[in-house]
Design a binder for this molecule. Structure first.
Ligand code: DON
Length: 350
């Protein structure tokens, strides 16, 4: 009796395995095709301008262009320059916020800083004054400079080195390798960051920062100077896409229940005063940096990053925005787009 049944089941099982492999291969080649197409389309685009208010950033090669997508299985799909490091800049703000949420709970950020878009530039002082004087409370967010410097001040440690070890340790877990500070960027920004020093002091004066605003601004400057390549950034995005677990190393960087809070602030404020426009067109939680990187997250699907230094007026990389938008459209990445309609579960009564 046993042998004939085996003969009938085995070919069916084999057929299933072959079909699944074919589907997965098709999906894989679809990702690479989308990445290659976006790279070819935008490689020669010359719009935008490198940031120059941090002098060293003006010297970065404006033609640098790299794309990376990482899927659930940890596979990396890439095009262009995947090894040159740029400074992470404001993308760091996501991961310091993640650390504070992980250590002190989501309400810590909401109560101290706020989780609302300011609609103003990333280093706006008016936004702080408006929140304080008109709105009367913590009505900014951890992804603009005043909120980010405050979030950095909230990472706990007896010394500056101890706080830094927590910050860089968190970034390393997300990226899946040890990262380090680009010294030339740190020096250049430290010498020219008087506005951020003023913001740190203002946040201290208004008691958002409880202690040592100079240390908070310095550590914030250091975190912005961390060097990353496009694959590091994609791994950081993919870790957020898959419940806080780095899909390459398997390490849990933050707990799954905290990820939605991080993604919500990225959706609200990740591309500064253009966050609404970005979300309208992509539906993707994302974060940009003036070093030219943008990360975006399609929850459960993929993490994507693009590096290209020339920025638009809002401070967001021109080629990165376009490439991510195209690739996500090709891969059905928009989480608000319904892929299939499932019947709503009923109580069984009607
Ligand atoms: O504080 C600054 O001005 C920079 N370290 C970071 C700004 C930034 O990346 C804004 N991004 N779009």
């Amino acid at each position: 009796m046993k042998a004939p049944r085996m003969r009938r089941v085995a070919p069916a099982a084999l057929a299933l395995v072959v079909a699944a492999a074919a589907l997965s291969l098709r999906a894989q080649s679809g990702v690479q095709t989308a990445v290659d197409a976006a790279y070819a389309k935008y490689k020669t685009l010359q719009e935008g301008k490198n940031a120059d208010y941090i002098p060293v950033l003006a010297k970065v090669d404006r033609n640098l262009f790299g794309i990376a997508v990482i899927t659930r299985d940890g596979k990396v799909y890439s095009a262009g320059d995947t090894s040159t490091q740029v400074s992470i800049q404001s993308i760091s703000k996501v991961f310091t916020m993640a650390r504070v949420i992980q250590d002190q709970g989501p309400e810590s950020i909401e109560k101290r800083i706020g989780v609302d878009a300011t609609g103003m530039k990333f280093n706006s002082i008016v936004a702080v004054e408006f929140a304080e004087k008109v709105l009367g409370g913590p009505e900014i967010n951890p992804l603009v400079n005043p909120g980010a410097i405050t979030a950095t001040s909230m990472v706990q440690g007896a010394t500056s080195d101890e706080v830094w070890a927590k910050i860089i340790g968190t970034y390393n877990d997300f990226a899946g390798r040890p990262l380090s500070v680009l010294d030339d960027v740190y020096k250049s920004e430290s010498a020219t960051n008087q506005r951020n020093q003023a913001i740190g002091m203002l946040m201290y004066a208004y008691e958002f920062i409880k202690d040592n605003p100079a240390q908070a601004t310095d550590l914030y400057t250091r975190q912005c100077s961390v060097g990353v390549n496009v694959k590091d950034l994609a791994a950081m995005a993919a870790t957020l896409a898959f419940g806080g677990r780095n899909p390459i190393t398997g390490k849990q960087a933050i707990s799954a229940e905290n990820v939605p809070y991080v993604l919500a602030v990225m959706a609200t404020a990740g591309l500064y005063d253009d966050s609404g426009k970005w979300l309208y067109h992509t539906g993707l939680p994302a974060k940009s940096g003036v070093g030219g990187g943008i990360i975006a997250v399609s929850p459960g699907n993929f993490g994507i990053a693009v590096v290209s230094p020339p920025l638009d007026d809002a401070g967001n990389s021109v080629r990165a925005q376009r490439a991510i938008r195209d690739i996500s459209t090709a891969l059905n990445g928009n989480p608000y787009a319904v892929r299939e309609l499932r019947p709503v579960a009923t109580s069984g009564r009607n």
